[in-house]
Each structure stands twice: as structure tokens, then as C-alpha cells.
Design a protein. Structure first.
Lengths: 215, 215
DNA sequence: CGTATAATTGACTGTAGTCAAACGACGTGG
DNA sequence: CCACGTCGTTTGACTACAGTCAATTATACG
């Protein structure tokens, strides 16, 4: 994200940024917390958790390398949802006040930041139209596709499969339904285990590029 | 939104802004269009439409008075979804280039804009956790609650009921299921017709404030 | 007042939720 | 190294909510 800054703007950055790792299943912050930092993800996945009216947990967004966490702290409101790592996550931390200061000086950083917000929105729409619509098998397939896209095009595609409970919280289903779906995919060799939690994934049988009706 | 500008900043605004109305069911712009303007809604509702993989239409967001439309044009990307009015909608139009120019001068406008983006994200999460989860009756009830909140607290609450097809596109259900639900609510006097498309709405029997389990 | 469009209702089907039990993987401590 | 316990996964039987298809009735608008 800070690639867009000029040399002079970068001068004051290095001392302020530190880089470190969160352990797996670490709660970065909880809904309601006031957060003082912004993070950019270098490696790993982070899930954003919200609660439904009946108290169930629902995963509403996934952040991946390159994404920015905690932008809402620029508005000094409380955080909207809980952020939790899904594996070991390597991040850069930048204090909010640094961003605020740089923001008025660098229009390019501003654009970059607006773009991040925009990405969040687009991803929310994607989530809504692909991961909460249709039969469960198709929702799970879309999720697998999302996970597969993180592997930057290597063949064969190998993904780290989240726990059934997490998948269920993403596609809005019960653990049992997810289990049946995933078990089926294993039988059909869509998923082939290569290591604990790690599967080779061949989504060939799913046709994501189905014809889109246009007006 | 422009209430935050100082007098000097406002000076160049008036000649650039014009105010007018869109007719009901008017397509403000379509997915893929490049849009040159930003709109603030003064009155009426605007729906954002996306398409699912099987070509069905899905309403992914509602914009209400005070909201800003077309912020993605600040990034000069194509628009993500189709925007369509739900009734007569009164708007202010501001050319994107004016916003861009003002943005570097007014930190308060910047904050206002970031807040708008943040609001969109929060609303996406709300949509996900309330309008796509649980049985259809509860989703519809949440939608009615949303619509009721637009009426700024007058009692009794009177809302303009969207067509079943629109409700279906919001809560991810079929027209028939929505019809059954709405028909039931009419029988139970949750909805009482007072004019065409207009109903008095008493959501007393629904308990939105159900206990939220906290960690 | 008549017609097009939307809403309602019925009968049937199918997907996924619920409840319950068995199985498996993994880590701990003996 | 093995036994045990915990947790996650799988599977079965049953139920219920919502989808599908089709016919009928109501509503809005010219």
C-alpha cells in the first residue's frame, strides 16, 4: 500500500512501522474495541466475524495478503466486527495517526485508501451474490474457488481447508450440511488430501462461468 | 454531506451542483458504466442490483436520504452494480472532478467521505447478518424494520411496501415464499393497508432485541 | 371498465436443518 | 510407545422450511 509514497513521504515512515506475526486463531481486536493501528497483511488469512440476531457467529469477510485491516480506526469509531487470524499471519502495523498525517499530504495514498474501501465493498457484494445464494454445494464451490485464487495460479491447486465450522459460518449453513458436501467432494476427488488440512483441489466439474443473462 | 465545508470552500460549489428528480424505476447507471457524477439523495430510495451466477437479480444494498451514490467514480473504475430508483428520487448531482478538487483541500470532506464508505460496509454486514439469515419470516421482518426506520419515528409506523419481487431479491427467496409471508402478516394485522402499496406496520410481535450471546 | 400485471393459494418436491450416534485424528500423559 | 480423552468429522433417520409448477384471484392503471 505504501508503494505509492514518494521518497520524501517515506522518510518518516520506517521508524513508525513495525512488522510481526500473529499466532493462529489470534483475536486481533473485538467488536466495540477502539483500535489505534492499521495493519497490512503480508501473509495469511484474517476473518471478520459478526453476530446474527440469534447469537450465532457469521464470517462476513476474509482479508488476504495485500489487504488493509482497521481502516475504521481512521474515523475513530469503535470496530464493527471481531477480526481473527485463520493461520499464522504476518502483518505490518502502522499507527493510525501516521496515516492521518500522511493522508493530507499524499493524494496518491488517499486514492490507495479509497481503493481499499472500495475493494471491501465489492467483496461484500461478491460474498452476498456467491456465498449466500443457491444450494450449499455451489456456495462451498465458490468458497473453494476463492481459496484457490490465493495460490497465485500454481498447478495443481492446493488449498488449506478451513474447519467445517468456519466454512459453515461463511456459507450460512450447519456443520452437518457442510460436512456432507465436503465429504462428497472428497469422494468425487474434487478434494484430495495431501497433508493435514491441506487438499489438492480440482474444481473442473463446476461451471462458474455459466452464462450470465443480460437484460 | 457538504455541510462540513467552510464558506470559502463552498464558494465554488453552487454553480456546479444541480438538483433534480429521477422518476420511479429509473436506471441511474448500469454495472460497467463509467459514471462522471456523484449524487446525494434528498428523498426516496435507490436500490443497488447485482447478478448471481445463475443470472438472477439480487438487491445488495439500499440507499436512503443522506446517502451518497457513485463514490466509485472517484477511482475511475467502472460501476460495480446497477443503481435503480424505487420511487421518485430527488438528488443533488456533483461532478466527480469537483469532489476530487475539493478533497485535497478539505480534510473534513475527506473524513465525511471515508465515513460514507464505512457506512456502506457496515450496511453490507447488516444485510448479511440480518437479511440473508434465518427463516424467511424473520428476514422479511428485519426488512420491514429497516423500512420503518426511514419514517423517522412517527407513530403509527407507515411504510411503502416494495413489490414482492423486490422483497424476494432482497431476502434471497422466491416471490411465492415472500407472498405467503406477507399475506400472513396482513392476516395477523402486522401489516394493515392504508393506501396503494402503503401499509401501517406493527412489528410488536417480533423480538429484534433478542438476547445476544456475548463470548 | 377492462386489461395487464401482481398477489395469493394449493399440492407436491427437494434441500437442508435437527437430533443422535459412531468414527477418526490428534495430542497428552502414563 | 501405547492408552486415553477431546474435538472434529461423518453418517443416518426424520422433520420442516422453502422451492417449483400451476391455477385462481386481486390490484393498479390506462
Amino acid at each position: 500500500m505504501f508503494g505509492v509514497l514518494t521518497g520524501k513521504e517515506l522518510d518518516e515512515l520506517p521508524v513508525q512501522i513495525d512488522q510481526f506475526e500473529f499466532p493462529p486463531n489470534y483475536r486481533i481486536y473485538s467488536a466495540g474495541d477502539v483500535n489505534e493501528d492499521v495493519y497490512t497483511i503480508r501473509d495469511g488469512l484474517v476473518k471478520a466475524i459478526a453476530r446474527t440476531a440469534d447469537g450465532a457467529e457469521r464470517i462476513v469477510r476474509l482479508y488476504k495478503p495485500g489487504d488493509v485491516l482497521g481502516l475504521e480506526s481512521l474515523l475513530s469509531d469503535g470496530c464493527q466486527h471481531t477480526l481473527m487470524t485463520m493461520a499464522t499471519v504476518s502483518v505490518c502495523r502502522i499507527p493510525t495517526r501516521i496515516i492521518k498525517r500522511l493522508l493530507v499530504k499524499s493524494p496518491r495514498l488517499l486514492e490507495q485508501l479509497m481503493r481499499q474501501w472500495q475493494i471491501s465493498i465489492e467483496r461484500a457484494d461478491y460474498w452476498l451474490t456467491h456465498l449466500t445464494t443457491g444450494i450449499i454445494e455451489s456456495r462451498v464451490a465458490w468458497l473453494l474457488k476463492m481459496l484457490a485464487e490465493l495460490t497465485s495460479g500454481e498447478q495443481p491447486v492446493v488449498i488449506v481447508l478451513p474447519a467445517n465450522q468456519e466454512i459453515a459460518a461463511i456459507v450460512d449453513a450447519t456443520v452437518e450440511s457442510v460436512s456432507r458436501t465436503i465429504a462428497n467432494m472428497k469422494r468425487e476427488k474434487v478434494l484430495v488430501r495431501v497433508a493435514p488440512h491441506t487438499y489438492q483441489c480440482d474444481l473442473g466439474k463446476y461451471h462458474f462461468d455459466r452464462l450470465q443473462v443480460v437484460d
